[in-house]
Every structure is written in structure tokens, then in C-alpha cells.
Design a protein around this ligand. Structure first.
Ligand code: COI
Length: 365
């Protein structure tokens, strides 16, 4: 049972909505993260007032004081989830309660105010109510929702801000990678790590992603689409990719994924795939995995498939994992069979083509 939001949202409709024709053109080829719907949600927070001023407003630039601590100390967190259009025209979110809970954990780690689940869910519902025409209906498309909270107090001292603002923006989305679900190569970073023990690795905060950009560029230079980080203590164990979790499939059909050690993001897609694989009677091992085990396994066939997963990328097959002086797998390896069947099982639920045995879907419109 989800609680009812205790704050009311005001709605200021945009006077500058995109024409139906412009919107149709965008939805026909949405790409990822380049176009945005006509409205956004904002909710302010202060120590004195708590959460207040909940509103749906026209999408547009924020006005921020240059001394806001988000601009200096990166006190910021975000989420990513999608709204899916089903064949009957209805619009649904996938496990939004899991995003609400993770955002609360991220808020705690970044010393930001946690938004109650009811307000988080209502903020998404409110945005969809005004912008439901922005949810595309073509196969594999969705409306990507990006809630985020920033420290908005004007103060340069280093302490938790006493004012913050939460927003939700929405962006029609197709495939995250330009080549769609074609298999990608992954580059193992030798010099850089993503998250230290006791750091912010399990939080969804902007700083984790900005720190991944330089190693990500290194990956591009080597013809790879994503960087894979190893643990910061020993440089031995797989952690996660720049913006996604990682799975390996053994030749016996069992799955293997790095365990949540505190420095890995607790992916909602990761968690859902573990459940779906277990529903199929598969063994899923969550444990520390050495790079050596992957190098050996991908080359002797013990590891038959690998894939990346996340809300944005859904499931993207991995054909090879490379690093300084080694290649595991082959650049021309096709997408794995189990990888693609898990992708189908997940997206069938999300798009309403299959039943929803775990009650993961929440109707928005
Ligand atoms: C997501 O999969 O939603 C992410 O947040 C990854 C990336 C786009 C930052």
C-alpha cells in the first residue's frame, strides 16, 4: 500500500507547448536524453518549512544563485526510471517505489533531505498527467523520467545545505547506445576506480558519473562503448560500468554478477533480472568476481555471455571485455541467447505484453 502525498501540487500549464507535428517528429526518432517534454515538476525544501511549493510548471531553465553548493560541492542526487505506453494507450511506471527508496538512501548519503515515497510517486504521476502525449508508442521506446535533488542554499561554507529543490524532467527515449541492442565492447580501466570503500558508490549522485567521464573517454579511444571499473582496494574484482551493472552467463545457464559491496549501485534492473532468472529456476550468484576469472572464462567458453544492464540501457549484450594487454571474448560475437531472452522477459512485463507476477508495474495514466 502506498501512502497518499500530503502536499498539493499547483499546475501552471505551458503557453509554449510544442506543436503536435514537432512532437510526432521527436517521438519518431527520440534518441536518448536530447529532447524534453513541455513541463517539469519542482518541490522546494528548507529546514524551516520542510517540503513545500510542489508544482508542475513549464519546462525551462532554472535560476540559481551562483553560490549554491550544488555548483561548488556537487551536493546532488538523481534517479532514472521510465514510463511505458501499453497497447491500450495506458501509461505505466516500472517499480517506481524502488527508485523512491533508492533516492532516499542517496539523499541520506549526500546529506540531502529524503523525499517521502508518496511525494516521489505523486510527482511522477503529476508530470505524466500533463505530458502523457510525450510517452512514445513505437517498440522499445519510453519516456525517461529524471528526478533529481540539488542543494540550492546560497552559502559557500562546506556543510549540508539548509535549502534544496527536487525536480523531475522527462525525455522521450529510444536506445541508449547508438547501435541499439547490438553487442558492445567494454574497456577495463587500469588507472581509475569508480568508488572507494565508504565512498558514495552506492548512491546515485552526479559526482560518481563525472568521475567516470575521463576513463569513459579512454574506453572510446580503444573502440569500446563503456568503461568497466575494478574495486578500489585490490584492483582485482569487477565492480560496475560507467553507468550500468554487469552480468555474466555461464555455459550451464547460471548467472553471475558482482555482489553489492557498498561501492556498487543497487540497480533496479539488476535486481529485477536476478528475480526473473530465479523465476526461471536459474542459479544466480552474487559474489566478488575477479578479472582473471572473466579473462579465462570468456576465452575457454565457461562464460558464454555477458551483458550490461540499467534503466537507460535495459540489457545490452557485451561481445568483448578488453584492457591493457588482453582481450576476453570476440568483437564479432553475437548477442547471447539467454541475454536476449531475459531482455524480452523484462520488456514484456514493462510494455504489458506479459503478466506482472511481482506487481512491479504502477499505472500512471
Ligand atoms: C540509468 O540507467 O537510468 C542511468 O541512470 C544511467 C545513466 C543514463 C546515467
Amino acid at each position: 500500500m502506498t501512502a497518499t502525498a500530503s502536499i498539493e501540487f499547483s499546475v501552471t500549464p505551458s503557453t509554449n507547448r510544442r506543436s503536435e507535428e514537432d512532437r510526432a517528429k521527436i517521438l519518431a526518432n527520440p534518441g536518448f536524453g536530447v529532447n524534453f517534454s513541455d513541463h517539469m515538476v519542482g518541490i522546494d525544501w528548507s529546514v524551516d518549512l520542510g517540503w513545500h511549493n510542489a508544482r508542475v510548471q513549464p519546462y525551462g531553465p532554472l535560476s540559481l544563485d551562483p553560490a549554491c553548493s550544488v555548483l561548488h560541492y556537487a551536493q546532488e542526487i538523481f534517479e532514472g526510471l521510465k514510463a511505458y505506453r501499453h497497447a491500450d494507450g495506458s501509461v505505466w511506471a516500472f517499480r517506481p517505489q524502488a527508485n523512491a527508496a533508492r533516492m532516499q538512501r542517496s539523499a541520506e548519503r549526500l546529506a540531502l533531505p529524503p523525499l517521502p515515497e508518496a511525494e516521489f510517486l505523486e510527482s511522477i504521476r503529476q508530470l505524466i498527467m500533463v505530458d502523457k502525449d510525450w510517452v512514445p508508442s513505437a517498440p522499445e521506446t519510453s519516456l525517461y523520467l529524471r528526478p533529481f535533488t540539488i542543494a540550492s542554499e546560497r552559502f559557500l561554507g562546506v556543510r549540508a545545505a539548509q535549502k534544496a529543490s527536487y525536480y523531475v524532467i522527462a525525455s522521450p527515449a529510444g536506445a541508449y547506445f547508438p547501435k541499439g541492442v547490438a553487442p558492445v565492447s567494454i574497456w577495463v580501466s587500469e588507472h581509475y576506480t569508480r568508488a572507494a570503500r565508504g565512498g558514495t558508490g552506492a548512491a546515485k549522485c552526479g559526482g560518481n558519473y563525472s568521475a567516470s567521464l575521463l576513463p569513459q573517454q579512454e574506453a572510446y579511444k580503444h573502440g569500446c562503448s563503456q568503461v568497466l571499473f575494478l574495486d578500489a582496494v585490490d584492483g582485482t574484482y569487477l565492480e560496475e560500468l560507467g553507468g550500468m551493472n554487469l552480468f555474466l552467463v555461464r555455459k550451464d545457464g547460471s548467472l553471475l554478477t558482482p555482489s553489492l559491496t557498498g561501492s556498487i549501485l543497487e540497480g533496479v534492473t539488476r535486481d529485477s533480472l536476478i528475480q526473473l532468472a530465479k523465476d526461471q529456476g536459474r542459479v544466480v550468484e552474487e559474489r566478488q568476481i575477479t578479472l582473471e576469472e572473466v579473462q579465462v572464462g570468456m576465452n575457454n567458453g565457461e562464460i558464454a555471455e555477458a551483458f550490461a544492464c540499467g534503466t537507460a540501457a535495459v540489457i545490452t549484450p557485451i561481445c568483448s571485455i578488453k584492457g591493457k594487454g588482453f582481450v576476453a571474448g570476440r568483437d564479432d560475437a553475437p548477442a547471447g541467447e539467454l541475454t536476449m531472452s531475459l531482455r524480452k522477459a523484462l520488456t514484456d512485463i514493462q510494455y504489458g505484453r506479459a503478466g506482472d507476477p511481482h506487481g512491479w508495474m504502477m499505472r500512471l495514466a
